[in-house]
Design a protein around this ligand. Structure first.
Ligand SMILES: Nc1ncnc2c1ncn2[C@@H]1O[C@H](COP(=O)(O)OP(=O)(O)OP(=O)(O)O)[C@@H](O)[C@H]1O
Length: 248
């Protein structure tokens, strides 16, 4: 099923007409994306003709049962998996074409990932965690953002010299968000950010994602099982058996 934005409800225009006129204005666009694993009787359609358009500034949530295809969606949107068919446009660039190297470069330049529990490196301070992506995206060193400023923005400047084991789950997640944003990506892909957090911290983290999306004009896709936090999202989609539909 096609998933498009409501007229007037989304933070930016997102119509098919505008998309075709200037795809670069759009954060993330998936058109007719399918992903199959195996073949014959073992064939699994992890994604089945998925259409999705997430505008700069929009926080889109994806919910759905286990095995529905949510991780596959993030993998394809982030250029980690190549779809069997369809197009994935990030800031107007098609992530499905070109060499693995070229796709990896696009990923480093335009996409940030936030994982469950922050996924931080144990030996590095918060400041160095946030600096790290700039080492791997040389062109972003100038265009990217100041790590300390970013830590301040997520409320972590006063703990910049701490290592992950000296931080709470919510604090680790904030550092993970700062790290994902330091390259000034156009798209942020977020996998279960509240899985390890209590209710209050979950709300704080998703509110932070919503604020960052708007302030920085980033298109954010967040996979979550946590229906409590959907109130902070601009759009909500459900994935069932590889098919995506709009819930709200
Ligand atoms: N490499 C693979 N080979 C074969 N099947 C796979 C592979 N990766 C995923 N699948 C299948 O694709 C489907 C979608 O998996 P996916 O991990 O995207 O689901 P999910 O919604 O993220 O699940 P969960 O909520 O449990 O993380 C499942 O049926 C899964 O078994």
């Amino acid at each position: 099923m096609s998933a498009t934005h409501p007229s007037g409800g989304a933070p930016a225009e997102n119509s098919a007409v505008a998309l075709d006129a200037d795809p670069a204005r759009h954060g993330l666009v998936l058109r007719g994306v399918s992903l199959q694993h195996g073949d014959g009787p073992d064939l699994v359609r992890a994604l089945d003709e998925v259409d999705l358009s997430v505008a700069p500034g929009e926080l889109a949530a994806v919910v759905g049962p286990s095995g529905a295809g949510k991780s596959s969606l993030l993998a394809v949107a982030g250029g980690l998996s190549r779809p069997t068919s369809g197009a994935v446009l990030v800031a107007g660039h098609d992530m499905t074409v070109g060499s693995q190297r070229a796709r990896a470069a696009l990923r480093r330049e335009h996409i940030g990932f936030v994982f469950q529990s922050g996924n931080l490196l144990p030996a590095l301070t918060a400041r160095d965690q946030v600096r790290l992506p700039l080492q791997f995206a040389p062109r972003r060193r100038r265009a990217g953002r100041d790590p300390l400023e970013l830590l301040a923005e997520v409320g972590m400047a006063h703990k910049a010299d701490r290592r992950p084991h000296q931080l709470s789950g919510g604090e680790r997640q904030r550092v993970g968000i700062a790290r994902a944003l330091v390259t000034a990506p156009r798209v942020l892909l977020v996998d279960e950010p509240t899985a390890a957090l209590d209710r209050a911290r979950s709300h704080e983290v998703v509110r932070l994602l919503a604020t960052e999306a708007k302030q920085r004009a980033v298109a954010v896709v967040m996979v979550t099982h946590d229906h409590d936090v959907l109130e902070h999202c601009d759009t909500v989609y459900e994935m069932v058996d590889g098919r995506l539909s709009r819930l709200g």
